[in-house]
Write a protein that binds this ligand. Structure first.
Ligand SMILES: *[C@@H]1O[C@H](CO)[C@@H](O)[C@H](O)[C@H]1NC(C)=O
Ligand SMILES: *[C@@H]1O[C@H](CO)[C@@H](O)[C@H](O)[C@H]1NC(C)=O
Ligand SMILES: *[C@@H]1O[C@H](CO)[C@@H](O)[C@H](O)[C@H]1NC(C)=O
Ligand SMILES: *[C@@H]1O[C@H](CO)[C@@H](O)[C@H](O)[C@H]1NC(C)=O
Length: 473
């Protein structure tokens, strides 16, 4: 989120039929089960893929990890995520600040708190910054020079996430100035004597690309000081994200950014072929799909150097990312108009992820501000969240590519000073927490019951009766 914004598939069909047959009973029960109540925070006790979150007091990290043979890398199969043979639909959140607060012993506990609160409403994925370049509490103080204490703070975040069975999307750099970003990289190069004139030189200058590649390598090959697990081998990491909200406005053709994505996707995969990779795009359609430009929130969005379809066809990119910010992209529009936009925006991207791309799509940031000048208040914000979940569920029920959404953003109690108007403090926002929890519970059923490789007949009687028990509660 950034405050200053605007001024091939026949194989899939066969699979889909297979999927539908497999999930038939579950789907029937779920469509009937649309009575789930938004009645406050509830613990998930029937989560098969992700057992109930471990309470802090029970945690003994080395023991947990040794017993944890179910903790495997998330992969993709067609336009779904899978863990082993099971589908993995994502309900998650953003918390960009984890490393920063973990770097100070007096605020470190907030990391644990927010994982605990998020796990209690069934969230399983958290997106956060794997960067802080130059400036306050910098991870990377200057090119390839790291503050070991801050890196240890990120180690803590990763280790703590695992305890709460929370997977992380780590973004590797910011497009915006917050926490350094591409401007800081270009500044470093200027300080080293290069004649660079634009922050977009980040995408083309050899020296700057070299700095970034080094950061990628240092991150992926980091050995976690808490767990001894190398980041590139750690299933706690759901995916790498190249750049938060990348844009290259100096080249509206999109060629410059496209070349950068190619080069960096290859670089990431050459070091870490196992983890998933996404680009970090907001999802704007660009010149490669003129018919889709009308789905953009405005004309400018098609001219920022990104191109949803083309960017995601790059080899090595495993899933599509899209942000949903009706209130900043269409400020002044009514709540109804904004909800309508969000709906068509999501439907277009889900259709393209299935049809044009053949990969899952995650709405990696979605949210609306409830601050003074926004069209939204807490009630209509919850309607928005529910609408996003509803559209995803429509996709999930038919085996579509809508793979999940991550709310922007969740804060722990006492961190309200960081709130940009989008913040949700789960224990204080009972209605919102209830909506999130109800959605998580539905996903648990999809995630644990639709096993592709297990033939219908081979299911254990025990498992079936457990399903019945679960769906009846
Ligand atoms: C965690 O496990 C280790 C090794 O089994 C043990 O020495 C330690 O006392 C345990 N810590 C807690 C808090 O249970
Ligand atoms: C820096 O590059 C710009 C544009 O390429 C050029 O006009 C300028 O003369 C260069 N400055 C120096 C000091 O080389
Ligand atoms: C990590 O490795 C070091 C050195 O081999 C060892 O002393 C330490 O106990 C290990 N920690 C864990 C959590 O496995
Ligand atoms: C929230 O906004 C809606 C209009 O979008 C309005 O009808 C409702 O009364 C508002 N609720 C509160 C609590 O202000």
């Amino acid at each position: 989120m950034e405050a200053i914004l605007f001024k091939e598939k026949s194989r899939g069909k066969v699979w889909l039929i297979h999927f539908l047959v497999r999930c038939f009973a579950t789907i029937l029960l779920l469509t009937d089960g649309s009575h789930a109540h938004a009645d406050g925070v509830e613990m998930l006790s029937n989560d098969v893929d992700a057992p109930p979150p471990v309470q802090r007091t029970d945690v003994n990290s080395s023991e947990v990890i040794l017993r944890d043979d179910q903790w495997r890398m998330v992969k993709t199969r067609g336009s779904q995520f899978v863990i082993g043979d099971r589908p993995f639909y994502v309900n998650g959140f953003n918390a960009y600040w984890l490393m920063i607060l973990a770097a100070d012993p007096s605020t470190r506990g907030r990391v644990t708190e927010v994982f605990q609160q998020a796990a209690a409403v069934g969230l399983t994925v958290c997106r956060t910054w794997g960067f802080n370049d130059g400036g306050w509490r910098a991870l990377q103080k200057s090119p390839a020079v790291y503050d070991e204490d801050v890196f240890k703070a990120l180690d803590f975040v990763v280790s703590e996430a695992r305890k709460y069975r929370m997977r992380l999307i780590l973004s590797l750099i910011n497009n915006w100035d917050g926490y350094g970003g591409k401007a800081q990289y270009v500044k470093w190069a200027r300080d080293a004597g290069l004649n660079l004139t634009s922050d977009d030189d980040f995408f083309s200058d050899q020296t700057v690309k070299g700095y970034f590649k080094n950061h990628v390598k240092n991150m992926l090959t980091r050995v976690n000081t808490y767990t001894n697990v190398t980041y590139k081998d750690d299933p706690t990491i759901f995916a790498w994200e190249l750049m938060n909200e990348l844009r290259c406005t100096s080249d509206p053709t999109g060629n410059k950014l496209q070349a950068w994505i190619h080069e960096m996707a290859f670089h990431v995969k050459s070091i870490d072929p196992d983890h998933l990779l996404e680009v970090g795009a907001e999802g704007f359609y660009g010149p490669s799909s003129p018919a889709r430009l009308q789905a953009n929130p405005n004309t400018y969005a098609g001219q920022v150097g990104t191109d949803f379809i083309r960017n995601h066809r790059v080899l090595g990119v495993d899933f599509a990312s899209v942000h949903i910010y009706p209130d900043t992209w269409m400020s002044g529009a009514s709540v109804e108009a904004q909800l309508k936009f969000a709906q068509s925006w999501m439907q277009a991207h889900i259709a393209d992820a299935e049809g044009a791309l053949g990969m899952p799509v995650v709405f990696t940031e979605f949210g609306v501000s409830t601050k003074a000048r926004s069209a939204f208040n807490a009630t209509s914000r919850d309607q928005f969240i529910q609408a996003v979940y509803g559209l995803l569920l429509d996709s999930t029920r038919r085996g579509g590519a809508g793979a999940g959404a991550l709310l922007w953003q969740v804060f722990p109690e006492g961190a309200e000073y960081m709130d940009d108007g989008y913040g949700v403090v789960l224990p204080k926002a009972k209605a919102t927490a209830g909506i999130m929890s109800a959605h998580s519970k539905r996903l648990v059923v999809f995630n644990s019951r639709c096993e592709w490789s297990c033939r219908w007949g081979c299911r254990k009687e025990e498992e079936q009766s457990e399903t019945r028990r679960m769906l009846m509660t």
